[in-house]
Design a protein around this ligand. Structure first.
Ligand SMILES: Cc1cc2nc3c(=O)[nH]c(=O)nc-3n(C[C@H](O)[C@H](O)[C@H](O)COP(=O)(O)OP(=O)(O)OC[C@H]3O[C@@H](n4cnc5c(N)ncnc54)[C@H](O)[C@@H]3O)c2cc1C
Ligand code: FES
Length: 248
């Protein structure tokens, strides 16, 4: 079930974010993910951030598993299984892609598959922005909460300005959940279709354990990319706050 791959290159991308390049013969779609196992430490889901013969995971250091991954060196091994899940559906027409923080890892192969998307790369500060020089085919706009690079403010505020000025066919987004909910509201207000990639804690990654379930859907097999037709994004906000209205 697992394939052992050798890390060939490690790239420092941004604060606490590294890309791990490896060779693997699988054929993922943009938005799909793999389960990455570090024996004796942890197994966790990672989106594919680079598609091709040389593939990549772009990993933000969060806890034990991702910290252990950050301590690896070229030549070290990863145990992987996948690709899993429902990726982005690429549709014709104008596209606005909005990525917050490490959510850009999930969106990067999608952006490279679109003809000339408008892209917002957002983070709290300039040193957390990911892939600012990667996309030759896209019109890239930066946004930081503190104004240290690009637009000063939230990704959603910049997105609203862009939606005022141009009609888009599809919004694609991945990032912190308040940002996703804000983008869903904007999609409704401006009558644009939206696809959003969600994150939940995952154990099996293949629809068995129920650890990723939300609202009768399992994020690992029904997502991680959801469109509004498949999944009411209003419910997402309610579930995150819990039945009593308290934040979970
Ligand atoms: C489909 C999918 C794709 C992902 N792709 C990427 C990616 O490309 N790059 C990247 O850096 N990260 C990605 N993640 C998130 C990544 O899986 C977690 O950061 C990782 O599992 C954390 O493991 P850890 O052992 O370092 O931290 P842990 O010690 O397991 O967790 C640290 C803290 O983060 C919380 N946490 C961990 N995972 C999640 C989660 N999925 N949702 C909400 N809270 C969580 C924990 O509750 C805990 O509070 C993805 C997650 C999913 C579900
Ligand atoms: S991670 Fe086990 S059902 Fe989704």
């Amino acid at each position: 079930m697992y394939r052992v791959v050798k890390i060939e290159e490690i790239i420092d991308e941004a604060k606490d974010i590294k890309t791990f390049k490896f060779r693997d013969s699988s054929s993922p779609l943009p938005g799909q993910f793999y389960m990455v196992w570090l024996p004796g430490i942890d197994e966790f889901p990672m989106s594919i951030s680079h598609i091709g013969v040389m593939k990549g995971f772009t990993v933000k250091k969060i806890g034990a598993g991702t910290s252990a991954m950050h301590a690896l060196n070229p030549g070290d091994k990863l145990w992987i299984r996948g690709p899993y899940g429902r990726g982005f559906e690429i549709v014709d027409g104008t596209a606005l892609v909005v990525g917050g923080g490490s959510g850009m890892a999930t969106l990067a192969p999608l952006i490279e598959s679109l003809p000339e998307p408008d892209v917002i790369i957002a983070a709290r500060t300039a040193d957390e922005l990911l892939f600012t020089n990667r996309f030759k085919n896209a019109n890239v706009h930066l946004a930081t909460d503190d104004g240290s690079a690009g637009f000063k403010g939230f990704a959603t505020q910049l997105a609203a300005k862009m939606l005022d000025e141009k009609k888009y066919e599809m919004i694609y987004t991945c990032g912190p959940e308040p940002m996703l909910l804000g983008m869903v509201e904007l999609a409704r207000r401006y009558d644009v279709k939206i696809q959003a990639s969600l994150e939940r804690l995952m154990k099996c990654g293949i629809g068995i354990c129920d650890s990723c379930s939300i609202n009768g859907y399992r994020v690992c097999v029904d997502g991680p990319v959801f469109s509004e037709e498949l999944f009411s994004m209003d419910e997402l906000g309610r579930v995150r706050r819990g039945p009593s209205g308290k934040k979970m």
